[in-house]
Design a protein around this ligand. Structure first.
Ligand code: GLA
Length: 666
């Protein structure tokens, strides 16, 4: 009897010793999705002490809506406790969030809508039998601005031993590569039509895949242009307006390829959506001259240049920052002639532009119509003409012009006030002898798509900032329906930059939080939408999966089609969507998507519960205006699927896409 009692006592105490507590701040937070910035252990999302309604917390996790974290409790959880709320760091009167705790797809707890200064809500939950636990911060249905949310003193008690590593659920689906390797024979890619203004410097690099060495030549090259045989870089200037048809030729030991390039010398540039890289989504303010050069190098060494990727765009943080603490950002904002200065991270912008041009690429820069940029650096207010002149002197090819502090200058948000500053910079750019792509960035205010072309924009952001979460990317991408009538050659809708590869708003980076299927959706949708394609990744560390996303010539061809017709949504039911884009050759590019967005977003829909879901999507030729038989090609796999009569059906992965090209069968 005594022995039995002893055994029971031993088992009891071993149980207690094994039972343990894991704090949220001990977990690897790279799998936590966050609508802006990066989640922080024991700090707010902006790196301040966690503070709710004046009360400071030593421990917890600071994040930003929409934020999710899925934890594998394996039925061993006992209790979850935390205090939650909106962090005091946000500007008064801004931000509102709602917290949810979801267990095995059921809502276990939800907070009221929480604003700054609200007393922290206490969570105290029994976790008996729960296998997967989801923590969600939603935006309380009013968009995510200022939604800095804290899980304070958050911890889980377990009935038996668990380690922080076992708890974190990593992306369930392994990356899978669809893009076939290019053939060794030459193939010419990139834009088939190119706009330039008379007399302005001309730069176009023939993009071609195939075995190296390769030599390039051209038939009927326009007067004033010359072609470098080894690199395929065409430079010079054409003085007279009009259209020139040039035949480009790429040759290697296996054979040659020929393709027409239509050069339109006139008033329009950006006849196909700009393709390139922008520093913001990876480096943010950690960008410097070396990183820009490294990105240009990588654009060439990775082979991306062979697909038409061209622009290397510096975003915010290259200028002097008034009141900066960092010595490298300090200095005179402008010289005595009012010409803008760079900060010490960019010692010689002209030399940088020469370097980038030498590789056959183009250099972009960033400013805004207000006194300061979004990150608080010098912007163009009242120096628009000097700035345009400066950009031209340096050899800048692209300007992203970001509203931000112009809020303080504008009298109100009326249309004339929204248009005015963009018109001023347009006039300035038009006076300089250089083709500078003009990218408006004002997050879609005043339905900018309706007047972006009128103020001379080559593209305009239609949304707030993208981040590498499903809710952000899908929320933006699938919201573009109806904008198609405003896009066309020289003027494009811009649903923001790509969030693939290593991103993170620097200096710390992480792999995109989008699943592989979500990334295929991202690139397919942006291509169908004729969106500018600006890679937001660390270019020097592109993995095979990311390269596969960015080097599919048939996908890029959809984006770069000379007709420039943006896809429209032709079907939206039961969580399935079909988008269709008319192509110049009469064929149609069609994306069959299964975003499963739902009427309203139920909290459990934010999590990937590990089930492999897919949906059958049926496409009818009639819906596309095709009455006869049609051929179908799988664009990502670059495979013909056969001839179909009126109906094509296919299985589409959850959050994924099947991208096809259809043509009437002969
Ligand atoms: C805004 C823009 C971003 C980026 C930053 C730079 O948020 O929307 O794309 O340019 O400013 O500060």
């Amino acid at each position: 009897m005594k022995t039995v009692l002893l055994i029971i006592i031993i088992i009891f105490f071993t149980g207690i010793l094994e039972a343990q507590t894991i704090w949220l701040d001990e977990l690897d937070l790279t799998s936590m999705q966050c609508g802006w910035g990066t989640p922080e252990a024991n700090k707010s999302v902006e790196g301040n002490p966690l503070t709710l309604a004046g009360q400071k917390f030593e421990r917890g996790v600071g994040t930003h809506a929409v934020s999710t974290l899925l934890l594998n409790l394996d039925g061993k959880g006992k209790q979850f406790t935390a205090f939650v709320g909106l962090d005091d760091e946000v500007v008064d009167g801004n931000g509102s969030v709602k917290f949810f705790v979801v267990g095995d797809k059921k809502i276990l707890w939800e907070s009221p809508v929480m604003k700054k200064g609200d007393k922290p809500e206490k969570v105290n939950l029994n976790l008996d039998g729960i296998k997967l636990l989801g923590l969600l911060v939603g935006d309380a249905d009013d968009w995510i601005d200022y939604d800095h949310a804290d899980w304070c003193d958050a911890k889980i008690e377990f009935t038996s031993k668990r380690t922080p590593d076992e708890l974190v659920v990593k992306t369930a689906i392994e990356p899978y590569i669809l893009t076939p390797k290019p053939s060794d024979s030459p193939k010419i890619n990139g834009a088939k039509v190119f706009g330039v203004r008379p007399g302005n410097p001309f730069l176009y690099t023939i993009a071609a895949t195939g075995k190296r060495p390769m030599t390039f030549s051209a038939e009927n090259l326009a007067d004033g242009l010359s072609l470098d045989e080894a690199s395929g870089i065409i430079t010079g200037q054409i003085m007279k307006a009009g259209e020139r048809n040039v035949t480009l030729i790429a040759k290697n030991e296996i054979g040659d390829a020929k393709r027409e390039l239509r050069i339109k010398v006139g008033n329009q540039i950006s006849l196909t959506p700009p393709m390139g890289w922008n520093s913001w989504n990876c480096w943010a303010c950690a960008v410097d001259d070396a990183k820009v050069r490294e990105s240009a190098d990588a654009m060439v060494s990775s082979g991306l240049i062979n697909y038409g990727w061209t622009y290397i765009n510096i975003d915010d943080c290259w200028e002097i920052k008034p009141d900066a603490k960092e010595p490298e950002l300090q200095g005179e904002l402008r010289d005595k002639n009012g010409m803008i200065n760079t900060n010490k991270k960019f010692p010689d912008m002209k030399a940088l532009a020469d370097y980038v041009h030498g590789k056959g690429l183009k250099l972009g820069i960033y400013s805004g119509p207000g006194p300061l940029t979004c990150a608080g650096f010098t912007a163009s207010y009242q120096y628009e003409f000097q700035d345009a002149q400066r950009y031209a002197d340096w050899g800048i090819d692209y300007l992203k012009y970001d509203w931000c502090s112009y809020s303080k200058i504008a009298k109100d948000r009326s249309l004339p006030e929204l248009k005015k500053p963009y018109q001023v910079m347009r006039d300035a750019l038009s006076k300089v002898p250089r083709d500078i792509v003009y990218s408006l960035c004002q997050y879609g205010m005043g339905k900018v798509w309706e007047w972006g072309e009128e103020v001379g924009g080559n593209c305009w952001r239609t949304t707030g900032d993208i981040t590498d979460t499903w809710s952000s990317m899908s929320g933006i991408g699938f919201n573009q329906a109806g904008h198609e009538k405003y896009a066309g050659p020289g003027h494009w809708n811009d649903p923001d930059m790509l969030v693939v590869g290593l991103v993170g708003w620097g200096p710390q980076l992480h792999p995109s939080n989008l699943t592989p299927d979500e990334q295929y959706t991202h690139i397919s949708l942006w291509s169908l939408l004729c969106s500018p394609l600006l890679i937001g990744a660390d270019m020097s560390r592109l993995d095979d999966f990311t390269l596969n996303l960015l080097t599919n010539d048939e996908v890029i061809e959809i984006n770069q089609d000379p007709l420039g017709v943006q896809a429209r949504r032709i079907y939206d039911e039961d969580g399935k969507q079909i988008w269709m884009k008319e192509m110049e050759d009469g064929s149609k590019a069609v994306g069959l998507f299964y975003p499963d967005l739902g009427e309203k977003k139920e909290p459990e829909k934010y999590f990937n519960w590990g089930e492999k879901k897919s949906a059958k999507i049926i496409l009818k030729g009639n819906d596309l205006g095709i009455s006869s038989k049609f051929t179908v090609r799988d664009v990502w796999r670059q495979k013909d699927l056969g001839v179909f009569e009126n109906v094509f059906e296919t299985e589409v992965p959850y959050h994924g896409v099947v991208l096809i090209r259809l043509a009437e069968a002969k």
